[in-house]
Design a protein around this ligand. Structure first.
Ligand code: C2E
Ligand code: CA
Ligand code: CA
Length: 260
């Protein structure tokens, strides 16, 4: 499998798609999440939920992750200059990448090569990865923070979290998993969970981003709970770079806004 992945990388088969991240109060696109795609055949994609775990198991994720970071920072850097806007780039870090001995040095090298401002970069680590060996995680997180990069806990609410660890993590944001957003506003339990996560995050000084926002009613509820940011099909799917650029051109400062 490692060989197949390595060939795919050399042959430029992988792509990075960009999903808009929206400021819920202003309705503007303020950034994007980089999501890897592996096309095969006519408009068919192997889903990341299939190939990312395989890349993780074979160890190839380390190379793939470096490629995603380099590709996405190069692209977003171009947009930042073109639009004179500090577009936030969110990049996923898998378990194996997170604990790799060369992580920090490789990130530093990429940022220097691309001349990318770390203040416009955020890494996402799942709650489960962060909570496994929490003391080691804190050490790695501190090194990333020292580079000036922001950190988010991804898929929050799906793993198990120790609140005592949570308050020690040097993180900036919680991302509420889409499984809690899906049944808003019909499921009373999800309403309670989502508003409690947002209140807890704010009490800890963290920002909140909701995933999987598909309807106006969901966006409205999150806005009322003072959730800062959101992503989801309501605003835009993960898009190829040219399509993201067209959407961003319309929906940033002074342009159109997403508002119900
Ligand atoms: P994730 O980090 O939780 O990413 C969010 C997923 O939710 C993406 O799935 C996105 O397409 C999907 N999504 C966004 N908005 C909506 C919505 O409104 N409704 C629904 N139903 N889904 C929505 P995707 O792109 O299939 O990626 C799946 C997972 O694969 C990601 O979950 C992430 O864990 C992993 N992944 C993707 N790209 C990378 C990468 O470059 N590196 C690493 N380490 N993992 C990646
Ligand atoms: Ca993510
Ligand atoms: Ca998720």
């Amino acid at each position: 499998m490692h060989r197949r992945f390595a060939n795919a990388l050399v042959n430029n088969e992988f792509l990075v798609f960009y999903q808009p991240v929206v400021d819920l109060q202003t309705g503007e696109i303020i950034g994007c999440e980089a999501l890897c795609r592996w096309p095969h055949g006519d408009n068919q994609f192997t889903p990341p939920d299939v190939f990312i775990p395989q890349a993780e198991a074979s160890g190839f994720i380390v190379q793939l992750g470096e490629w995603v970071l380099k590709t996405a920072t190069e692209q977003v850097h171009i947009w930042q200059r073109k639009f004179s806007a500090p577009i936030l780039l969110e990049v996923n870090l898998s378990a194996r990448q997170f604990v790799h001995y060369n992580l920090v040095r490789s990130i530093e090298n990429i940022l220097r090569t691309v001349q990318y401002d770390p203040a416009s970069l955020e890494f996402e680590i799942t709650e489960t990865v962060a909570m496994t060996n929490a003391d080691d995680s804190i050490g790695i997180m501190r090194q990333l923070k020292n580079l000036g990069i922001a950190l988010a806990l991804d898929d929050f609410g799906t793993g198990y979290s120790s609140l005592s660890h949570l308050k020690r993590f040097p993180i900036d944001k919680l991302k509420i998993d889409k499984s809690f957003v899906r049944d808003i506003p019909n499921d009373g339990n999800d309403l309670a969970i989502v508003s409690a996560i947002i209140a807890m995050a704010h009490a800890l000084g963290l920002r909140v981003q909701a995933e999987g926002v598909e309807t106006d009613a969901q966006a409205e509820f999150l806005r009322e709970c003072e959730c800062e940011l959101a992503q989801g099909f309501l605003f835009g799917r993960p898009l190829p770079s040219d399509e993201f650029e067209m959407l961003f051109a319309q929906y940033h400062k002074g342009g159109l806004v997403f508002k119900s």
